[in-house]
Design a protein around this ligand. Structure first.
Ligand code: NAP
Length: 283
């Protein structure tokens, strides 16, 4: 097994699948957290065909179910003494309001809460990791939708007033981006870096679905393949130039400020309170 270990969520297609190839190419051991067994089996076959020396561990996990996440983390803990990177890639975009089993908006449940749970529950293993001579790192997948939406509305995350890409989806991605910055501050003492990366527009299932706005679906044929977005996500792990940063938002390869109205101490504190209450409630 390779000495560098990465946990990747939502690798069954789109950007996550390409992230897996790029990390495998660089010689990492892959721990994949996917929902579909059949799609995962096919993916493992494709990765090992292209990169025969890659070692892969698959944990079938529905990220919308907190108990499933806990079960998977327990299994990872039983098998590994440390991990070096976590890529929270899995994400959902719906046109309609879809609720999780916990009764929360699905954008919040998968895009924000699952990412938060994985950061918190895998922190003890991440603390023991390192990337060559650099610190271990968490990469959270943001979106360019955050630049086109209004300010983060923490009170609407679980129960949005409106659905769609510029409302509940963008609000969830804004929350994840603000959360990344706050978690980066909190994990400084643990020597774990945390960044948010917007992969830009990519030609994936997400941009072909009816939840994507008309102009995105129309423009989709001009969007790059998901390997492009994946390269933005993997760059902070594979490229030593990024070794000094933590708490930043990288959008299309460049450090960008988080939209001002959302990047406030009050918003970050309100968000942390919401998430921490939820974790306590689920225990
Ligand atoms: N595509 C873009 O233009 C774009 C732009 C900005 C940001 N992003 C972000 O980039 C990330 C990847 O997007 P994509 O375009 O590659 O999307 P995609 O093709 O729709 O893939 C999404 C991945 O997330 C997984 N997933 C969804 N719900 C899950 C759940 N409950 N449990 C476990 N896995 C789950 C899917 O698994 P299944 O196969 O089981 O459905 C799939 O592997 C997302 O976070 C997205 O918000 C994408």
């Amino acid at each position: 097994m390779s000495n560098k270990v990465v946990v990747i969520t939502g690798a069954t297609g789109g950007i996550g699948e390409e992230i897996s190839y790029q990390m495998a190419k660089d010689g990492w051991h892959l721990i994949l957290l996917n929902r579909s067994k059949s799609k995962s089996d096919l993916l493992v076959e494709k990765i090992t065909k292209q990169f025969p020396s890659t070692t892969i561990d698959l944990f079938i996990t529905d990220l919308s179910i907190p108990q499933d996440i806990r079960k998977t983390v327990k299994a990872i803990n039983a098998k590994y003494s440390g991990i070096d990177a976590l890529i929270n890639n899995a994400g959902v975009l719906f046109k309609e309001k879809i609720l999780s089993k916990s009764g929360n908006d699905m954008h919040y449940q998968v895009n924000v809460f699952a990412s938060y749970m994985l950061m918190e529950l895998l922190k003890p293993l991440l603390k023991k990791g390192k990337i060559d001579n650099r610190l271990p790192m968490i990469v959270n997948t943001s979106s360019n939708a955050i630049f086109m939406s209004s300010a983060l509305k923490v009170d609407e995350l679980k129960k949005p007033k409106k659905s769609g890409i510029f409302h509940s989806y963008a609000n969830s991605k804004l929350a994840l981006t603000v959360l990344s910055k706050r978690i980066a501050e909190l994990y400084k003492k643990d020597e774990i870096k945390v960044i948010a990366v917007d992969p830009g527009g990519n030609r994936t299932d997400m941009t072909s679905g009816e939840a994507a706005p008309f102009f995105v679906r129309w423009f989709r044929m001009f969007l790059p393949p998901p390997s492009k977005g994946a390269s933005y996500i993997t760059a902070p792990l594979l490229d030593k130039d990024f070794s000094a940063i933590s708490g930043e938002l990288i959008s299309s390869g460049k450090i960008k400020p988080i939209p001002k109205k959302s990047d406030t101490n009050d918003k970050a504190s309100e968000l942390m309170k919401l998430l921490q209450n939820e974790v306590v409630k689920k225990e």
